[in-house]
Design a protein around this ligand. Structure first.
Ligand code: FES
Length: 597
């Protein structure tokens, strides 16, 4: 009865508005009306259609909280999205809002051809335009797998509608013959053993069943874990939200609380530009170093910052790295998994160790500062996962930025996850012209390659592949792997999974497909890598490089390059140092991060 009364009252109000009066507030159902040329009619029509969902006028007068539904049968990392949505809805309704879920495309690392990075910007555009095109007062962004978190945050930053990030959470670990294992550092480790014929076909099959044993994201310090932690440090997630495993009840409580908070954020108009500031990005970058995070996070944070007119300064970033030790003992740089970090207190435990390096006054989605949230977190206890600042896992510069004639626009290496003997090395180049060329020859018993050579892969960058796939982890040639070679220097314009380990130089800029010097390297050339000096040099004279450049021809367009999303991608994609965002989606740069000190 009460519902009917309310409906009648509000329906009258609506009828009055349809008579030509302008809407009182541009929020909720009145926001972003479809353009029929008559606002009153547009609202009338909108309400008529949404009432087919069974809503009352009372419900439709509440702040509307959108929830991105990124579930897909192909995305195991988002398997728990449906139950998270239910918990978010509960939180929204408890706080007096109306939750409305809507679909956004989703991306899983193993189900995106040619690579998920090729589609990240498409997801960001989808997010931005759906947030802008639908009447949402705030949005709970549910992501988790590597590209989904940056894509959602890029879209939210550009739409600039109050938003809160909720991740699906990491998987729990599996077990094989008494050894803990998880995706995907152990995927690569065991695959390496299989290639080296150390384990049988049957055993690798058994391991395949155990590497991803639950819903959730890869549970090592790969890109998903790194982006979750960086998003919390950025202030875009509720405190403690990054580490809770996907299968735990706490994950659902995080979802409920995110929904409730999104209602308040709508009322407060707490938009992303107030949270994703230079100070906040400095915090995220600092945490990237402290957790020994994925190299991919550099590209994603660069793209996210670019949406707000902030440029990542690679040299200042390198300097920040030198003063920030790796404190978290997780694979691939250490031993543990995300559930261990969760039990050790999550991000708060890390922040306590680096609080003197953090911008504690940066605002978070709670409306309080990072420092206030840290002070309110559960007090520290004895634990083994997060080391003390003075007793780190790695002393500093887990990711180093390299410069030299082979990478004038920069390249990076995760020195915390490589054989330290290779940090200063000169060797002979063994060049693969493309991914197909590498696939065809790397295991050829006749390949002229020795353990101290340097493997070089061309045409695997943003334009060359396209999409800058995670192909930088070139396999050790089978004949060397069989002799026990575990690490070699590998150089490319590709990316690498955050879960990988090795002396791998990535993101060489400019990439070979646009004529960077990488395109000019020939097998037999000498290359010198000096990580402490941050140098990457091709030891070929300028005169010879000039001759080679004259003879160089850009790769021919591939079938499919001429139309559709691929055409847009090829025309608009920027290089790694600009985050591989589309040029037309970036905002005019007005400042840089980290700030020079
Ligand atoms: Fe989704 Fe690793 S494949 S997080």
């Amino acid at each position: 009865m009460a519902t009917k009364k309310t409906e009648g009252k509000t329906a009258g109000k609506t009828a009055g508005k349809t008579a030509g009066k302008s809407p009182v507030r541009k929020t909720g159902m009145r926001k972003g009306l479809t353009a029929y040329g008559d606002e009153g009619f547009s609202l009338f029509l909108r309400k008529a259609f949404i009432k087919a969902m069974g809503y009352t006028d009372d419900a439709l007068d509440r702040p509307i909280v959108g929830i991105t539904n990124t579930f897909s049968g192909f995305n195991a990392c988002h398997r728990n999205v449906p139950e998270l949505i239910e918990a978010v809805k509960r939180g929204v309704m408890l706080a007096g809002g109306l939750p409305v879920e809507f679909p956004v495309i989703t991306l899983h690392e193993s189900f995106a051809h040619p690579t998920s990075m090729y589609l990240r910007n498409l997801m960001a555009v989808d997010t931005e335009e759906m947030m802008r095109g639908q009447p949402v007062d705030s949005v709970v962004l549910i992501g988790g797998c590597d590209k989904t978190v940056p894509a959602l945050l890029m879209g939210a930053a550009s739409a600039n509608i109050p938003s809160i990030m909720l991740v699906t959470g990491p998987m729990i670990t599996g077990d094989h013959k008494g050894e803990r294992l998880g995706a995907c550092t152990d995927c690569r480790r065991f695959w390496g053993k299989y290639r080296a014929t150390e384990i049988s076909e049957q055993e690798i099959g058994e391991i395949n069943n155990k590497l991803a044993p639950s819903a959730g994201t890869c549970m090592v310090m790969g890109t998903a874990s790194t982006m979750a932690l960086c998003s919390e440090a950025l202030g875009m997630m509720l405190p403690g939200g990054s580490c809770v495993p996907a299968v735990m009840a706490d994950r659902l409580r995080q979802a409920e609380a995110s929904g409730a908070r999104a209602v308040a954020m709508a009322k407060e108009r707490l938009t992303p530009d107030k949270i994703m500031t230079v100070e906040a990005f400095e915090n995220a970058l600092r945490v990237l170093f402290a957790v020994g995070g994925s190299t991919n996070a550099i590209v994603h944070l660069t793209a996210m910052a670019g949406r707000l007119g902030i440029k990542l300064d690679l040299d200042a970033f390198d300097k920040m790295g030198r003063e920030t030790p790796v404190l978290v003992d997780l694979k691939p740089t250490g031993q543990g998994y995300m559930e261990d970090l969760y039990k050790a207190g999550g991000l708060a435990t890390i922040l306590r160790e680096i609080r003197h390096q953090m911008n504690l006054k940066a605002l978070t989605v709670t409306g309080r500062t990072l420092g206030e949230e840290l002070a309110a977190a559960t007090p520290a206890w004895d634990q083994q996962v997060v080391r003390k600042f003075k007793n780190p896992v790695f002393a500093g510069g887990s990711i180093a930025v390299l410069r030299g004639n082979l990478a004038p626009g920069g390249a990076i290496i995760k020195q915390a996850a490589m054989d330290p003997k290779l940090t200063q090395h000169e060797g002979r180049a063994v060049v693969f012209e493309s991914l197909p060329d590498m696939a065809a020859r790397v295991d050829d018993p006749n390949l002229d390659v020795k353990a101290d050579d340097i493997l070089v892969l061309k045409n695997a960058g943003p334009i060359g592949a396209p999409g800058m796939p995670e192909a930088g982890y070139l396999p050790i040639p089978k004949k060397l792997a069989a002799k026990g070679v575990k690490d070699m220097i590998r150089i490319s314009d590709a990316r690498m999974s955050g879960t990988a380990f090795g002396a791998i130089v990535l993101h060489v800029t400019p990439e070979s497909a646009v004529g960077g010097n990488l395109a000019l390297v020939r097998s037999g050339d000498r290359i010198r890598l000096d990580v402490p000096a941050r140098k990457l040099e091709l030891l070929v004279s300028d005169a010879e490089l000039g001759r080679r450049r004259k003879a160089w021809q850009a790769p021919k367009p591939r079938p499919g390059d001429e139309r559709g999303y691929r055409k847009l991608f090829m025309e608009q994609i920027t290089q790694a140092d600009e985050g591989c965002d589309f040029a037309f989606l970036k905002t005019k740069i007005t400042t840089q991060v980290p700030r020079k000190r």
